[in-house]
Design a protein around this ligand. Structure first.
Ligand code: MOS
Length: 706
């Protein structure tokens, strides 16, 4: 089923492109190697920077012994706090961001903090010199031990536009009055994203402008940050990121390598490239905080919730506060007269965590959708029936109506296709040789946000159209989806539209994040396209420079009616558990989603399957181990950090039900993150169904199964 219903008046071309599968516009360029990534574009006179990271978890840099290294072959400069140019403070979404104010002081807040950049003629020379650089420290005692009961745990003021804590009714009274109570703790470990294309940036000065080629999710944001850091006129900074090989949130903020490339290019007055290694990515590009979550559910005998309490704890660094908002999930999904959610955080001597696919909802849904399964078991109610019984009419915390909410449609369609009706609810009774078999389900949701953006659409003299927007295609197919949207908005064939993205000179636009990109960009393109059509209707010939219409949706977006806007889904998993080896194999997964209007079924399905695959990884494999003694990771590389490989990924199907959102001008909701939400819980619930044992701590490693 594909969703073609929308409310925009623009999709009236005889053969609308939106809703039809299209392969990626840049697919051929990518598979033939013609598409270049930021670390691959040649520049004359290019020098190479190599980062040196701290080896201690807390203290001060005593000395950076540059002398011997400067005498090594090809070395051009060694930058560090003692000689780096001044950088201004950048105030980001979470306040001042010292993470990108590199080399401004001698303090070391965690293992893997940037302490020096060695610049040399070649990358190999830079690396060799960086390895040889002696940095000495005055070390201080550190604390990297995360637990919910940590004495430093606090409730933050807010967690980026969301309240840290919400409360209505009296939880204790509600629990006391409940026939059935679930009160359990769930934990998820520190998890990392490590995109196929490592972070890389090249910077150079060109005719008085700082020109940067960078791998990021939002070129305009990076350009703004660089302008601020280096006290430059924003118009004199240009950032481009034409092709990006994965990001998942790790490229949703300006990162140190970009700042350092710009700093080094300024100091040595040559183009400089800085590429991160995979190991460096484990401390420099953000990660998912470990979480410890207590869920208390009180219900009547039939499973109807009376009391709902979700208390989530996470960590952040000592320099910057990022909160993994695991407890926000229940503010959308489940209601009760007594309802409490809180996200707490503790500052430790660790790298600053950051956005990682479905930040908050991914770990939050593991805890809550596992707890709902436990409640279903204790009430003797089918897990889908339990969720049906607890469907809220309005936002449980906000009281606002939903723009659309088709959770039950997802469960209905999913149950039919998965074969749920035949399920024997008893755990631990299905055996196939040495395997115990089980099935599980979970709900999913992720917010459908939108942000004001600008776009320009040009009617060219040759009858084609050019769209310019500072969107980013991080591998998702965004460029292709936007071409489809533009073609429909212009009422022309796809082949006549060219979409140019990822150039900060195109102006402000939402970054590729928060599942907000496509919706935000589509809105801006649609407005500009309709303005252009109005202009063309009044014009005869198109001049050689074309006719351009521009849009800025900031006002329209802020005037949007307040509603609960989210994508939803239902996840299903079948697992086999070998009780002699502890191995868990996922046999099949099915995810059915309600995600508004689907622009390109082909790339949409890929996104959802990608998220579900990550859910398998989260459930069974991923776990970064922080060594208490050193404060660093014991497995901070792709040899030690396990994740799902092809052989771990069985038949996965993702599809969607109709979800017309008549309260949104684009009808689009976004599906970049919802695919991972609930996936780990569905697998954990299936493991319980197979074995009769609950797994409340991820990952479900063989040694935990035994
Ligand atoms: Mo997404 S974690 O907002 O890039």
């Amino acid at each position: 089923m594909t969703t073609t219903t929308g409310t925009t008046a623009t999709a009236t071309a005889a053969t609308p492109a939106v809703g039809t599968s299209h392969t990626r516009m840049e697919g051929r360029a990518k598979v033939t190697g013609a598409a270049r990534y930021s670390g691959e574009i040649p520049f004359a006179e290019l020098a190479h920077g190599w980062l040196v990271l701290s080896t201690i978890a807390r203290g001060r840099i005593r000395s950076v012994e540059s002398g011997p290294v400067l005498a090594m072959p090809g070395v051009l400069a060694v930058l560090h706090y003692g000689n780096a140019p001044h950088l201004e403070e950048v105030v980001g979404l979470f306040g001042p961001n010292p993470v990108i104010q590199v080399f401004q002081h001698d303090r070391v807040p965690h293992v893997g903090w940037p302490v020096a950049l060695v610049v040399a003629e070649t990358s190999e020379q830079a690396r060799e010199a960086a390895d040889a650089l002696v940095v000495s420290y005055d070390q201080e005692p550190h604390d990297v031990a995360f637990s919910a009961g940590h004495p430093g745990m606090y409730t933050p003021d807010n967690t980026l536009m969301l309240l840290a804590e919400t409360e209505k009714g009296d939880i204790e009274t509600g629990l006391a009055a409940s026939a059935v109570v679930v009160d359990e703790e769930y934990t998820t470990p520190e998890e990392h994203h490590n995109a196929m294309e490592p972070h890389a940036a090249m910077a150079r000065w060109d005719s008085g402008r700082l020109e940067v080629v960078d791998s990021n999710q939002g070129a305009f944001m990076v350009a703004q940050d660089l302008a601020k850091l280096f006290s430059l006129d924003p118009a004199s900074v240009r950032v481009r990121s034409e092709h990006v090989g994965g990001a998942f949130g790790s490229k949703g903020s300006t990162r140190p390598q970009t700042v350092l490339a710009a700093m080094a290019a300024t100091v040595i007055n040559r183009p400089v490239r800085v590429v991160l290694t995979r190991r460096q990515m484990f401390s420099l590009v953000g990660y998912r905080s470990p979480t410890a979550q207590r869920v208390r559910l009180g219900a009547d005998a039939d499973g109807r919730l009376r009391a709902f309490d979700h208390q989530a704890a996470c960590l952040t660094s000592t320099v910057h506060q990022f909160v993994e908002r695991s407890a926000a999930y229940g503010r959308v999904m489940y209601d009760a007269d007594a309802h409490h959610t809180v996200n707490r955080v503790v500052r430790l001597d660790v790298p600053t965590p950051s956005w990682m696919r479905a930040p908050g909802e991914a770990p939050g849904s593991f805890a809550l959708e596992s707890a709902m399964d436990e409640l279903a078991e204790r009430c003797g109610v089918d897990p889908i029936a339990l969720r049906t019984r607890n469907e809220p009419d309005v936002g449980p915390v906000s009281g606002l109506p939903f723009s659309s909410r088709n959770v039950l449609g997802c469960f209905e369609e999913g149950a039919r296709r998965f074969g749920w009706a035949d399920r024997d609810p008893r755990p631990g009774v299905r055996r196939e040789g040495r395997w115990l078999l089980g099935t599980g389900t979970a709900a999913a949701t992720y917010s459908a946000g939108v942000a004001g953006s600008t776009a320009a659409v040009t009617a060219e003299a040759d009858g084609t159209f050019t769209v310019r927007i500072t969107a980013a295609d991080i591998g998702t197919g965004a460029r292709t989806a936007l071409t489809q949207i533009a073609a429909d908005a212009l009422e022309v064939e796809l082949g006549r539209v060219r979409v140019k993205i990822a150039d900060s000179d195109f102006g402000q636009a939402m970054l590729a994040g928060g599942s907000m990109g496509t919706r935000s960009w589509a809105w801006a393109i649609t407005v500009a396209a309709s303005e252009l059509r109005a202009q063309l209707a009044l014009t005869g010939d198109i001049p050689p420079e074309g006719i351009t219409a521009r849009s800025n949706t900031a006002e329209a977006v802020s005037a949007l009616e307040k509603r609960e806007r989210h994508s939803f889904g239902a996840q299903f998993a079948e697992v086999a558990v070998d009780v002699t080896s502890g191995e868990v194999r996922v046999r099949r997964m099915l995810g059915i989603f309600a995600a508004g209007r689907v622009v390109n079924p082909l790339t949409a399905r890929s996104q959802l399957i990608g998220g579900m695959t990550w859910g398998i990884s989260m459930a069974l494999h991923e776990e970064a181990i922080r060594d208490q003694a050193s404060g660093g990771l014991a497995n901070g590389d792709l040899a030690g950090y396990h994740f799902a490989a092809n052989a771990d990924v069985p038949l996965i199907e993702a599809d969607w039900v109709d979800d017309p959102d008549t309260h949104d001008p684009t009808g689009i909701k976004g599906l970049g993150e919802v695919g991972i939400v609930g996936a780990a819980a569905a697998i954990a619930n299936a493991v319980w169904h197979a074995t009769g044992v609950r797994h409340r701590h991820l990952p479900i490693r063989p040694d935990r199964v035994l």
